[in-house]
Structure formats: structure tokens, C-alpha cells
Ligand binder design. Structure first.
Ligand SMILES: C=C(O[C@@H]1C=C(C(=O)O)C=C[C@H]1O)C(=O)O
Length: 375
């Protein structure tokens, strides 16, 4: 059946919009009161456990598995005209604001301000979270380990350049768990002070990953210009803003934050350049129904060792989403594998695989099960 023609005048449509906005606002506040009630229940549960002498568990208001389920359902049932992802982003902010009524989350991220890691933190936790920049990946881990921050966000893998090895190394020494993943499409620009122009650039600063991701473009358009690797693209943008003749490779946030002009846009060599970030926390996350698990495993140095590590996955029909190897720092010439796969450590099938791997390996460290990225 065709829709009835919409004969409303401009004034009538605007009156409708005003009435709808009022209703949405009331509903959002009603939702917020529900979230407050949930928080009261969680607090009462922890207090009751403490009174019964059962440890000193802290109240964990944030529930990543529940948030992932809410967002997935929103995308699944969406009928448009707005895109599912668009509506999910709006609800991401609604949940973020509801949660902050109790206490805004403190989230450490690999800074400085203006990095893609900051954008990833905001995408995952929403804008009500208090995001705190850290100078190094180690500091992000330390902030979460000490309880200074609730969660941390670190880059782990880029689709052009592979793993961020430092993040993997940090996991080896840490007791923190992975509680989520964030995927960000990465777009790089060549940024410099206004009116610099390609001819006015003597040096290009960026994080080594960004330099690598734009290598072909730079070879073609900026041959002979010095390239300098610095600690982050945000830092590169800061340098470019204060040093004439210096350009930075960075994204839109950095361009805006440091008032830099785009000398060239979208200079990454591969159009589907994405970076994946991990969220680290102190708690294990229950199953959300669509999860991933990451483990570190080190095998005995014998023929077929890698085959033996992977065979349990094949037998159980479980897909690996990532496998990477790092030199072990304790035993010379031993290697550790960083393996990611679909499923949750609480699934029987996954628990079986892990038990089998434990027999084959000298070290097996589960880094956590967490909801697969929703947006
Ligand atoms: C309301 C809850 O607490 C938090 C807020 C949520 C929300 O606003 O929907 C979801 C999960 C938690 O992060 C809950 O656990 O249900």
C-alpha cells in the first residue's frame, strides 16, 4: 500500500518535530532513571556481598557485554530512513550519558589529544567518558593497573602495517584483561600551517605506522623531503603547528585541534586502511553472544609445534581471526604466539580447545573474551 501523501505545511511539520522532541526527551530521561535504578541494584548487591564477608569487590557499573547487546539489537531492528550505524551512534551517546549519572568512566588512551586512539576511545565509550591522554602504551596499562583509570585504549593492529608490537609485549607482563575492541577507518592528511603548500615543506613528521601507510604517496609526491618518525601523529601535528616548513601526517581531529591546513587529503596507500584498538580493563567480561577471545601461547620447541597449537581450532571448527608471533623475552629463541579467535572462554567448545592447548604449550595466558566490535 502506498504511503498517504504528506500534505503538512512547514509550520505543521515543525510543530510535529517539537512534539516528537519533547517525547524523545521524556523517554531518554525515563531511560536514565532505569539506568540509575540498575546502578542502585548493583551497589546493593556488592554491599550485601561485603556484609556477608565475601571479598571487597568494587561496584562495576559499566557492562560491555550488555552495551554490545543493546547496540546490536538497535542495528538489527532498525527500519530507517536513518542507517542502523547512525542510530547506534546516537544510542551509544545516550548510554554513555546514562552511565555517567553514576560516575563518568575514566579512560586512559595513547595520546596526545588528537590521535586516532582518542577517537577510538570516544567511539567506544561515548562523549560522557573522561578520556585521559598518556604518553606511552606502558603508561596506559599502568593507569588501569593502578585503578587510576577504569579502562584503557591502545592500538593493536593496522590492516596495512600489521601488529603494533609494543601493545602485544605489554600484555605479556600485565594482568589486565581485554574487555573490547574498536575498529576505526583511518584517513591520513598532509597537514601544515596555512599557505605552506607542498613546495614549502622541508620535513614531514608522523608516527612510523603513518609514514609506512602513506609510503607510496610520499615517494610519488614528496620525493627527497626528509621524513621523521615521532611518537604519535598528534605529536607530529603539534610540531607542525609550531615549526614553519614542517608538515605532519595526521587525521581530521589533529587538523582541527592544531589549526592546520590540509596540503593534501586521503594520502593513505590503501583506501580501506583501518586500525584496530583494544580496550583493557581489570574485569573479565561475560558472554555477549558474539564474542572474540585473545590468548598468548608459547609452545615447546619441537617439530610441528605450531601445527599442534592450531590443530585443536581446526578440529573444533573455530575460525582464527589473527595469529602473530613475538620473540619471547624469557627464553632465547623461543617464540610466543598471539592468537585471536571467535567465541568466549566460557563456551564449552572454546574451553575444550584451551585445555588441549595447555597440554601442548609451556605458557598459555588468556587475555580475555570480549564482544566483537558492533559499530
Ligand atoms: C543500565 C546498565 O548499566 C550500564 C548502562 C547501560 C545502559 O545505559 O543501557 C548498559 C550497561 C551498563 O554499562 C545495565 O547493566 O543494564
Amino acid at each position: 500500500m502506498a504511503d498517504k501523501p504528506d500534505n503538512r505545511s512547514l509550520e505543521e511539520v515543525r510543530a510535529d518535530i517539537d512534539a516528537i522532541d519533547q517525547e524523545i526527551q521524556q523517554l531518554i530521561n525515563r531511560r536514565a532513571r532505569c539506568a540509575q535504578r540498575v546502578a542502585d541494584i548493583k551497589l546493593a548487591e556488592v554491599q550485601a556481598a561485603q556484609a556477608a564477608g565475601q571479598g571487597e569487590a568494587e561496584v562495576v557499573y559499566y557492562r560491555p557485554e550488555r552495551e554490545a547487546q543493546v547496540l546490536r539489537r538497535i542495528i538489527d531492528r532498525n527500519t530507517g530512513p536513518l542507517a542502523g550505524e547512525t542510530v547506534a551512534h546516537i544510542f551509544r551517546e545516550v548510554m554513555s550519558a546514562c552511565l555517567a549519572l553514576e560516575k563518568p568512566l575514566q579512560v586512559a588512551y595513547l595520546g596526545p589529544e588528537g590521535t586516532f586512539t582518542q577517537a577510538a576511545a570516544l567511539k567506544h565509550f561515548g562523549h560522557a567518558a573522561i578520556c585521559v591522554p598518556q604518553g606511552t602504551i606502558d603508561n596506559v596499562f599502568a593507569q588501569v593497573e593502578s585503578g587510576e583509570c577504569n579502562y584503557g585504549v591502545v592500538p593493536v593492529e593496522n590492516s596495512t602495517e600489521g601488529m603494533v608490537s609494543h601493545t602485544l609485549d605489554s600484555f605479556m607482563d600485565s594482568s589486565l584483561k581485554i574487555s573490547g575492541e574498536v575498529e576505526m577507518p583511518i584517513t591520513h592528511h598532509l597537514l601544515a600551517a596555512e599557505h605552506t603548500g607542498l613546495d614549502g615543506i622541508q620535513r614531514i613528521c608522523a608516527h612510523q605506522q603513518a609514514l609506512a601507510q602513506c609510503r607510496n604517496w610520499l615517494d610519488q609526491h614528496c620525493p627527497g623531503i626528509e621524513r621523521q618518525a615521532v611518537s604519535s601523529n598528534g605529536e607530529a601535528a603539534r610540531i607542525a603547528a609550531s615549526t614553519p616548513g614542517v608538515a605532519a601526517i595526521a587525521g581530521d581531529i589533529a587538523a582541527e585541534l592544531y589549526g592546520l591546513e590540509k596540503q593534501a587529503q586521503h594520502i593513505e596507500d590503501y583506501a580501506d586502511n583501518t586500525t584496530r584498538f583494544l580496550v583493557i580493563g581489570r574485569e573479565e567480561v561475560p558472554p555477549s553472544g558474539c564474542d572474540k577471545t585473545s590468548i598468548i601461547v608459547s609452545s615447546r620447541n619441537k617439530p610441528g609445534a605450531l601445527f599442534l597449537l592450531l590443530d585443536p581450532f581446526r578440529k573444533a571448527g573455530v575460525s582464527l581471526t589473527r595469529i602473530d608471533t613475538r620473540p619471547s623475552r624469557t627464553e632465547k629463541w623461543a617464540y610466543v604466539f598471539f592468537i585471536e579467535f571467535e567465541g568466549h572462554l566460557q563456551d564449552e567448545k572454546i574451553a575444550g580447545i584451551v585445555a588441549e592447548l595447555e597440554e601442548q604449550s609451556i605458557l598459555l595466558k588468556p587475555l580475555g573474551s570480549y564482544p566483537q566490535a558492533v559499530m
